[in-house]
Design a protein around this ligand. Structure first.
Ligand code: FES
Length: 173
C-alpha cells in the first residue's frame, strides 16, 4: 500500500498543493512507480488518499499517455510519430524499432524488458526521430544509436537483476 510505504513522500506532495485533489498527478506517478502501472489497486489507493471517486482517477489515467493502464516492460519506449516527426522519418524509425525488438506496437517483448508505444508530439520536433524512455528523451536517433541504447538498457537491466539476485541470495543464506 503506498499509503504505508510512502507516507512521508505523500505528506510532502500534499503539502505542496492548496487542495488535496490538486496533487492527483504526482500521486498517480508515485502509485505507478510502485505498481508498474495504474492497476485497479493503484487507482483505488490514490482515490482514497485524495477523497476522490476512483472513476476520476480512471479518467485521468485514460487521458495521459504517461499513465499505463496495462502492465508494461521495464523500459517503455515512446516514439513520437506525430506530423512533424513523421516528416523527419519517424514512421520508418518506429518500424525499425518494432522490427529490432520483435514486438507489436503497444506490445511488450517476451523478456518483459521493452514496451513500445507511439505518442503524439512530445515537444522535440526539431530533434526527431525522438523517443522517450522512462521519461528520458533520446534525440536525433538512427539505427546505430538505437542499437547502442538497446545494448545499454539490456546491460543496465542485467546488472540490476544481478544485484537483486545477490540481495535475495544474501537473505536466504
Ligand atoms: S511532432 Fe514529434 S516531438 Fe513534436
Amino acid at each position: 500500500m503506498i499509503k504505508k510505504s510512502y507516507a512521508t513522500e505523500i505528506e510532502d506532495i500534499l503539502s505542496r498543493y492548496p487542495t488535496k485533489r490538486s496533487a492527483v498527478l504526482p500521486l498517480m506517478h508515485l502509485a505507478q512507480q510502485e505498481y508498474g502501472y495504474m492497476s485497479d489497486e493503484a487507482k483505488r489507493e490514490v482515490a482514497e488518499i485524495l477523497d476522490l471517486d476512483p472513476t476520476h482517477i480512471l479518467s485521468i489515467a485514460g487521458f495521459y499517455t504517461l499513465y499505463y493502464e496495462e502492465p508494461v516492460g521495464r523500459y517503455v519506449l515512446e516514439v513520437c510519430n506525430d506530423l512533424a516527426c513523421a516528416l523527419r522519418g519517424a514512421d520508418d524509425f518506429l518500424d525499425m524499432v518494432l522490427g529490432k525488438l520483435d514486438v507489436d506496437l503497444h506490445g511488450t517483448t517476451d523478456d518483459g524488458l521493452f514496451t513500445v508505444k507511439n505518442v503524439m508530439c512530445i515537444g522535440a520536433c526539431d530533434r526527431a526521430p525522438v523517443l522517450q524512455c522512462n521519461l528520458k528523451f533520446h534525440e536525433h536517433l538512427d539505427e546505430a544509436k538505437f542499437d547502442a541504447l538497446v545494448d545499454q538498457w539490456r546491460s543496465d537491466s542485467a546488472e540490476q537483476t544481478s544485484i537483486v539476485d545477490q540481495i535475495i541470495a544474501g537473505r536466504t543464506e
